[in-house]
Structure formats: C-alpha cells, structure tokens
Design a protein around this ligand. Structure first.
Ligand code: ADP
Ligand code: MG
Length: 705
C-alpha cells in the first residue's frame, strides 16, 4: 500500500502543466528536458525545483550604444525613431526598428515578426529599454531579437541577472524560467529536517531560501557548488539517499534474520573439481562472505579485485553456501556476452557440485523463457546467470538468497533498492575490478563491507606492454603473423571512433577485411552490432582455436576469458581511457605463458594521452592505475572538462560535496538508531525530505508509514 504523502507537499506533486505559462505542449517539452522522474513518471513541479541553472546572463552593463562591445549582453535606453518593415512580398528581409541614445543609433532586427505587435510595443517617439546581444555589422550596431523590450515600469521589474538553464530544442528560455519561478513560488515553508547544530555550524539557509537563492542568483558566484545554498541542497539530496539506504538496510535486517548455513558439500565438490587451488585472498574473501551469510544480518558486500584476480570463483563459492542452505542465487553480468561466458565457465563446476544452472538473457524467448521462469519460481533452478536488465523486469524466485552483481568497472548507480526488494532476505555481493572511491560506494549503497582480492592466481606472468606509433602498423602485422604461426592467439582491438556502435563496427569490419586478406582464414570478428548468436560463434571459434586472431571492438573489454590468448593489440590506444586500457589488457596474461600488449598510437600525443600510455607501460597494478587515472582526469577537470556529477544525483557533485557523503551516512545511521520509524518532529520532517527527492519507497518500510 502506498504511504500517504503529507498534504503540505501537494502543490509540488502536481503536473508541471499546473504552472503559469505551461500548457500541454510546453509540459511535453519539459518532460523531454527532464526525462522521467525517479518514480518513472513525467516530471512534477518538484522536479523543476531541482533543475539548476548552469550560468547567468548579466544585464547590468549599460554602456550606451556606441560603447557596446561586439557580442556583449547590454541593456540600452532608446528613443524609438522609426520602423522599417520589409519591402512588400519579401518576407525574408527582417523588420527593423531604429532607436537612438545620446551616443548613436542602433537597429533592432526582427525576423518573421508580427507588424502590429511591434508597432504596439515600440511606438515611435517613446522611450524603451531593450536588453540583448549587440552585434556590429559593417560598422553599425544591431540587436537581433532583443531578449527584452520594456517600458519604464517594465524596466524596474527587469531581472538584471537571469539564471541560464540547460535547455531542450523548442522550449523558449523565458517559458522555462517562468515555469521554474512558478515552481519556486509554490514551495511552502517546510519544517527543518536538518540537525540544528549542523545547520548553525555551517550557516546554511533553510530549504526554501536555498532553492529561491539558487534560482535567483545575484551573480555567477551564487551558482558555485560551494555556495551555502548549493551546499545545503546537495546535503539535502545526499541525506535523502543515505537515509533511504539506511532505512532499507535496517528494515531488511529486522525482517530477514535468515542465517545461511550450508553443509559444505557443494563447496567441497567445487574445490575438488578445480585444476588449481584457491589463492589466499580468494579463501579469505570466501571466509568473509561466509561469516556474513551465516549471520542473520543481511550481507551487503563489495568484492574488489583486479582483472584476472579470480572473482568469479569467489562468487561461485558464495553461491554454493547459499544453495547448500536451500535458497537460490542470481548472478548478474553487465553484458549478454559476459553472462553467457560466466554460465559456460561455471557449468562444469556447477555440474560437479550438483547445482542446477540456467542462463536468462534477452535472448531466451517464448517457450524456453516461460520454462525457465517457471522453474525459477518453483525452485527447480539453483543458480541463474543473466544480464542486469533481465532481473529488473519481473523475474520471480521461489527463494532468492543471494544476488551477485558483476559490475566489472562500469560501476553504475541505479535503483539498488528495487534489487534489494526482490527477495525477502536477499544478500548482495557486488563485484568490481576497479577500486571504487568510497564516495561512490556511499552514493550507491550507503554503508557497505568490502573484501579485496589482492593477489593474482599463482603462475601468472607479467604482461609486457609496448607503445608503437601507428606508422609501423605493417611491421606489427608481420610480427603478429609470425606469432600466430608459432601458435599464439591474438586479440586486435579497434579504435573507439565515436560513441556510436555502428561507426565502431564499420572500423572493425574494415580492419577485419584487411587482416584476413593478409593473414588468411584464421581471423575472426566480434562487435556490438552483430547478432548475439554470431557473437557467441565468433567467441567460441576463438576459444577453440579455429580462429587465431580476433578483431574486436570494446565488447571484449568486460570479462572475456580466453586463458591461452597471449597477445593483445590495441589500435589508437590514445583514444581510450586508462581504466579501459587496463581492462582490455587484462584479456591476456590469464594463462601460464608470457603475454604482450601492443598499444598502437597516432601521434602527436596530448599530455594526458601521453601520461596514460606511460602508466600502462610502467605498471599492471590496477589500484595504481586507478589512482593515476583520477590524477590525470583531475587535471582534465581543471581544463574545464568537468564531469564530476554523482550518477543518479541531480545536485551533488563529487569534488565539492564528496565529504558530505560520510557526514550524511553517520547522520542517517543516528536517525535510524534513535527514530527508526521517523515519528519524532525531526523524523516527520525527514519524511518530507524523502518525498522531495523521490526516495519515498523507503517510507513504505516504516511501521507507521
Ligand atoms: P576476474 O576477477 O577478472 O573476473 P576471473 O574470475 O575471470 O577473473 O578469473 C580469471 C582466470 O583465472 C579464469 O580463467 C579463472 O579460471 C582463473 N583462476 C581463478 N582463480 C584461480 C586460481 N586460484 N588459480 C589459478 N587460476 C585461477
Ligand atoms: Mg570477471
């Protein structure tokens, strides 16, 4: 049953079309601009409140016509001199209105204008205030479509500093600004949900004033992420997320109390079937997971381990514990390719252990899918491997005890709460290859325990990494040919040309054709535009050794495991990010033979690209690489390519607000300890906060919801 939203919030949860100047058409465009809200619905008034300006237009400059610089936004006081309509029959010519001040004359230019309207708003002989961008054309100043044309009264009300919002085509700036103004005006004064000492210590404004100030900036400095208003709003957003996560955890703790105790039978069978022994860190991680599973508390654990450190096996052992105890396990991979590969590599071990395993991706359709779903619901499948997407859409389990989320390095932050809600007492294990900054972990999960795989399986040889200019491509192809004759298996990764799979696929196809012509039939191809079955076939042929060289796009970057591949060539390595290069390189060096990574680059290299390639040559240590990556990107940020927004958050930013996550986590924990059901005065106010930021699913978990 949905919890009842307090009435005081009603004005904010109306459709945006309830705002002044917003009809169905504008409402449609606002929907396009903002996308669906957290609840998957068209945006409401509240969503406009959090559509923050990214800059300001400053209209304070009033230099007079003659001294108005080219391209500057100015405000001018003009006496209207004359109107010059376009010649009859020539609608392409603009309508011009001439005005002057004591310094000179300017033409106001209007295309497709309505004559009557212009005559009414700018009567000859009257004074008008116009504001907009001045252009000098053949030595004469003009202003095309002034932003404002007002009389004396209008001038007094003219905002001299206007917020600039991210826009969408077809939506007029003024219309959006007016709608947002309307949203701010409909915001009631709400009781304070922040801890009084925190508020006093930080001297932050209250919620209402913070939003009001952010939408009526007095200068660019008011929009800085570190301004008191934006700090406050970021903390609002962060606290809402941390509180929702803390409530969810507390609730599951209360509800679950399920101890997963297995008899060790499956784990034993798996270890017996392995051709190698577990590394010490694998054993340690498995022990930590077992401790969590055996305890009645719910597990929320991150398994962090570099590429090739053997995370999959740890996941299987965790699955074994849960299945031994009689429950089911879901393993979610980021791509279909990876899901199938996981399933394939796990199948022999699962069989040895007597686990019933199934694959479920977008490809299982019709009868087959129905059967799998039925068997999952009745508990006839123990371990199901699939893509994230599959589990987001109504898959029912008889008793889902553990969800393993294989994020690889594409650590996304989405509706984890939905996932957590799948099984009554589902434990969660998230696997990632890159060390994730604590802030991001907090943003995604709130509190979380971490296990680390710090060593690689024994017998691994280091990968020799070399950088080679693309001009020497022929030479490289020659060496590859020799290596293949000697029995080597090679990946050839094609450049990421654009963020378009089609273009990438075309580049890969062209390279495939060339290499096949040079090297003969032993060349395979895999890219994102291929049919799933063809991708599988290409991977299988490469695994078996039917093809010795596999031309690929970055589809192979996540988790593809062909242990006897020993060479990887990465074309245009300068175009890849460091994390991506590291992931790609991790496709080799998985067996006992020495491996090579050739990074082909096109010079001249920029400083950052140069730095990236140098680090790749220097180290294979994923942690070191992640650090360097942050450092290099930090420099990129200084150059103005800022991308530090926190995924899933509208206001909070990593750089400026990162420290607030830890404070909010502690704050949320205290709140849950003292007022688990949010019934105190502050608790009631906090409920409002959860609604405002779309975290109200957590309110349903409260006893007095
Ligand atoms: P990742 O952590 O990148 O997901 P995988 O789980 O894919 O790594 O493991 C990489 C390879 O290492 C696989 O071929 C796997 O069978 C092998 N492997 C895993 N654990 C060990 C081990 N203890 N000793 C030797 N090889 C191992
Ligand atoms: Mg893996």
């Amino acid at each position: 049953m949905p919890a009842m939203r307090p009435d005081i919030l009603n004005p904010l949860f109306r459709s945006v079309t309830s705002l002044p100047g917003v009809g169905p058409k504008v409402g449609e465009m606002i929907s396009r601009l903002l996308g669906l809200n957290a609840a998957g619905e068209p945006p409401r008034v509240v969503d406009l409140l959090f559509h923050m300006p990214t800059g300001v237009i400053d209209r304070r400059k009033q230099p007079g016509i003659a001294l108005s610089p080219e391209g500057a936004i100015v405000t001018l006081a003009l006496r209207i001199d004359r109107h010059q309509p376009p010649p009859p029959g020539n609608r392409k010519q603009p309508y011009r209105v001439f005005g002057q001040d004591e310094t000179g004359e300017i033409a106001l230019v209007f295309f497709h204008a309505e004559t009557a309207f212009l005559e009414r708003t700018m009567p000859v002989g009257e004074t008008r205030y116009v504001s907009g961008r001045v252009e000098w054309f053949n030595g004469r100043p003009q202003m095309v479509h002034p932003d404002h044309v007002v009389d004396r009264d209008g001038f007094e009300k003219l905002p001299m500093i206007e917020p600039v919002y991210p826009m969408t085509a077809g939506l007029a700036r003024k219309t959006l600004a007016r709608a947002i103004r309307g949203a701010v005006d409909s915001l009631p004064h709400l009781p304070e949900w922040f801890d009084a000492p925190l508020l006093a210590q930080r001297s932050w404004p209250d919620f209402h004033d913070a939003l009001d100030a952010s939408h009526t900036p007095r200068g660019a400095e008011d929009l800085a992420a570190t301004s008191p208003a934006l700090m406050r709003l970021a903390y609002d957003e962060i606290l809402a997320s941390q509180l929702a996560l803390a409530l969810t955890r507390a609730n599951l703790r209360r509800a679950s109390g399920r101890a997963r105790v297995g008899d060790g039978r499956m784990r034993h069978a798996i270890v017996e079937a392995l051709p190698f022994s577990l590394t010490a860190s694998q054993s340690q991680a498995i022990a930590e997971i077992e401790t969590d599973l055996v305890a009645p508390d719910r597990m929320l654990r991150l398994l962090q381990g570099d590429v090739g450190s053997g995370k999959t096996l740890v996941a299987l052992m965790a699955a074994a514990i849960v299945i031994e105890s009689g429950a089911q396990v879901a393993l979610m991979a980021p791509t279909e390719l990876l899901a199938r590969q996981h399933a394939k590599s796990l199948a022999p071990l699962a069989e040895a252990a007597g686990m019933r395993l199934a694959v479920l991706t977008g490809r299982e359709k019709g009868r087959e899918r129905v059967t799998i779903l039925e068997r999952l619901a009745e508990g006839a499948i123990d371990l199901v491997v699939g893509t994230h997407a599959v589990f987001q859409s109504g898959v029912e389990f008889r008793d889902l005890g553990l969800a393993v989320v294989d994020e690889q390095h594409r650590f996304g932050v989405h509706q984890r709460l939905a996932l957590a809600g799948k099984g009554a007492a589902t434990d969660i294990l998230v696997m990632t290859a890159t060390p994730i900054p604590r802030t991001l972990v907090l943003a995604a999960f709130g509190d979380m325990d971490v296990s680390k795989l710090t060593e690689k399986p024994a017998g691994r040889r280091p990968i020799e990494t070399r950088t080679i200019p693309l001009e020497r491509l022929d030479e490289v192809v020659g060496r590859i040919a020799t290596a293949i004759e000697g029995g080597a298996k090679v990946y050839w990764v094609c450049p990421l040309v654009e963020e378009s799979e089609e273009v990438d696929a075309a580049a890969a196809e062209a390279r495939f054709a060339e290499l096949q012509a040079t090297l003969g039939a032993a060349v395979g191809l895999v890219h994102g535009r291929m049919k799933a079955a063809d991708k599988d076939a290409a991977m299988l042929a490469f695994q078996r050794g039917d093809t010795r060289l596999l031309v690929a796009t970055t589809v192979i970057e996540v988790g593809v495991d062909v242990p006897d591949a020993t060479i990887i060539v990465i074309e245009h390595a300068e175009r890849f990010g460091l994390a991506q290069l590291h992931q790609l390189r991790g496709r080799v060096g998985r067996g006992s033979k020495p491996s090579t990574c050739l990074l082909l680059y096109r010079g001249p290299l920029g400083e950052t690209a140069h730095g990236r390639l140098a680090i790749m040559r220097e180290t294979e240590d994923g942690f070191r690489i992640a650090e360097e990556d942050l450092r290099l990107r930090g420099e990129g940020d200084l150059l103005g390519t800022k991308q530090s927004g926190v995924p899933g958050f509208r206001i909070a930013r990593f750089e400026e607000h990162g420290a607030l996550f830890e404070i909010a986590r502690q704050d949320a924990r205290l709140i849950v300890e003292r007022d688990r059901d949010l019934i105190s005065e502050r608790g009631k106010a906090l409920r409002l906060l959860l609604y405002l930021f779309g975290r109200d699913e957590a309110i349903r978990l409260l006893r007095a919801g």
